[in-house]
Design a protein around this ligand. Structure first.
Ligand SMILES: NC(=O)c1ccccc1
Length: 531
């Protein structure tokens, strides 16, 4: 038998002590007894070190599909609007620029002429990706265009900037971004939701037509609800997450945030379908040419045009109406929504104008290694710039993996249990229908905030985050307005405020179409702005 001796590089740090230390770490403090074993293990571990080291020294691979085409799609006039300035009254902007097809050759795309902003965790090559924090310094400037960016540009969309995001996308309230608290345009001084807060504000105040948000536990749906928009967290894997910073692989989603159901359908159609790079797609995700033409499907064919939703069954999750913090007036808003949706008439679609911090292992996907290099090691200086929300999640993650490690597998199985429990009712229904939010846009914090804010912010997402784990598509839709509850008034005149109230529609796997159809019918019957 020939023995291949392993040539170890000079400077290799692995020693027998390394082996003894790590053996102690993996076990409950084991001492290695056999010295020959220790020597042998040290030499194979040293070889492993060299082999990983040699990979680290290589130039990273960037797939051609993600490389920017600066020639056709130049990024022009990047500016960073001042906080609370005339051009940035609600702090919705992270940065502004113009990115579109230079030659204007695209005349027929789905998004021709539409202006779009992206949450500031979506990569655009050559444009800083701020992630709502100054803990990453120097700022991350990606060298790739995310799949959604490529698709928006190819569909003729005009990307006009990046929208502020809550710090590391880790807050459902809108006061944690380093670019300033993001104010609700319908009620300044109140939250616009999070973490895709800037996206919601810029669409709501008319700065752009459409936005791409990201949602790990409600971060598309909550800001849409608070700012009067339509937003969808699509089926897991439908929209490639390639080139978007991840909180955790199994609950990352990207999706549209728009003023109308029709625009939401258009944008979803433009960005959906497997990209061959992100394994979240799984085996059932449609390829690009099989993506449903959502925008053409809003009006059901072959049904009574007077009652297009006749026969459609909508289920209601009773538990969602008995959540502890629920304002009972919101439930009332919901019930006529359910009733009326069954008797709506036909017609044309409405055009209303316009982690955890580390990286997930074990997945076939494009990894943002450059972001990792800027974030780790987590120095004290970086730690001190992180938001309490991020510090809390870092502590939870490390503590959890070390002390409660089986909790992850257990939680995954329980999520599967919820998914399976939802199947029989969803089978008999067209769509399941849930109340989205427990709270109206509450007064926002100003100045410093502390860990106690985390608890207040958590309850908001209770009806949202389960569907990040089960994978179901979930759409948030405006159904009316309400004044804030008296305990949340600043002055007596707050009784006159009209704050948006939303409901959430949850559909079968891969069935975005029916959610959009139901939302479209509702939107036509209920012009909430007039009430
Ligand atoms: N990224 C999210 O979806 C999120 C939602 C709620 C709270 C924190 C984060």
């Amino acid at each position: 038998m020939s023995v291949v001796s392993l040539a170890i590089r000079e400077g290799n740090p692995v020693t027998e002590d390394t082996v003894r230390l790590y053996a102690k770490k993996i076990t409950t403090g084991m001492e290695l007894k056999n010295d020959q074993d220790v020597r042998d293990l040290a030499s194979v571990l040293a070889a492993f070190h060299d082999s990983v080291q040699s990979i680290l020294e290589m130039e990273d691979y960037v797939p051609s599909a993600l490389r920017p085409d600066f020639e056709c799609f130049p990024r022009k006039n990047i500016t960073f609007p001042e906080k609370k300035s005339q051009e940035n009254p609600f702090n919705g902007w992270a940065c502004k620029f113009t990115l579109k097809d230079k030659e204007r050759t695209l005349q027929t795309g789905l998004l021709v002429g539409k202006t779009v902003v992206l949450k500031d965790n979506v990569c655009i090559a050559g444009v800083p990706c701020g992630l709502g924090t100054d803990a990453i310094s120097p700022p991350w400037v990606p060298n790739i265009d995310a799949t959604v960016v490529k698709r928006i540009l190819e569909a003729g969309g005009i990307i006009v900037g990046k929208a502020s995001t809550e710090s590391m996308c880790q807050s459902g309230s809108s006061f944690t971004s380093n670019t300033g608290p993001v104010d609700n345009p319908y009620a300044p001084g109140r939250t616009s939701g999070g973490s895709s807060s800037g996206c919601a504000v810029l669409v709501a105040d008319g700065s752009c037509d459409m936005a791409i948000g990201a949602d790990q536990g409600g971060s598309i749906r909550m800001p849409c609800a608070f700012c009067g928009l339509v937003g969808i967290k699509p089926m897991f894997g439908l929209v490639p997450y390639t080139g978007i910073s991840s909180n955790e692989w199994q609950h990352d989603y990207a999706g549209p945030m728009c003023k109308s159901v029709y625009d939401t359908a258009l944008l979803l159609q433009a960005i959906s379908g497997a990209d061959g790079l992100d394994d979240r797609a799984g085996p059932h995700c449609p390829l690009r040419d099989q993506v449903p033409k959502y925008s053409e499907l809003l009006v059901l064919q072959g049904t009574d045009p007077e009652k297009p939703l006749k026969g459609k069954k909508v289920g209601i999750l009773k538990e969602a109406f008995s959540m502890p913090a629920l304002d009972p007036r919101m439930a009332e808003k919901c019930s006529p929504a359910h009733h009326r949706a069954n008797y709506l008439d036909g017609g044309q679609p409405l055009h209303r104008g316009r982690t955890r911090l580390g990286q997930d292992a074990g997945h076939r996907q494009y990894y943002n290694n450059d972001l990792h290099d800027l974030t780790f090691p987590l120095t004290q200086e970086r730690w001190e710039k992180l938001s309490p929300f991020t510090i809390n999640s870092q502590l939870n993650a490390l503590y959890g993996w070390e002390r409660l490690s089986r909790g992850y597998g257990k939680a995954m199985n329980k999520a599967m249990e919820i998914r399976h429990a939802m199947m029989p009712p969803l089978k008999t229904m067209t769509v399941s229908y849930f109340l989205l939010l427990l709270l109206l846009p509450i007064r926002t914090r100003s100045g410093r905030y502390n860990y106690s804010e985390i608890q207040k912010s958590v309850g908001q997402g209770l009806n949202c985050s389960p569907f990040n784990s089960t994978g179901h598509p979930a759409l948030s839709l405006l159904i009316g307005t309400l004044a804030p509850a008296p305990e949340d008034w600043v002055t007596e005149t707050d009784a006159e405020l009209k704050l948006p109230v939303a409901m959430q529609l949850v559909g079968k796997w891969w069935d975005e179409t029916v959610l959009l159809q139901l939302a479209s019918a509702w939107e036509k019957a209920y012009d909430w702005r007039g009430r």
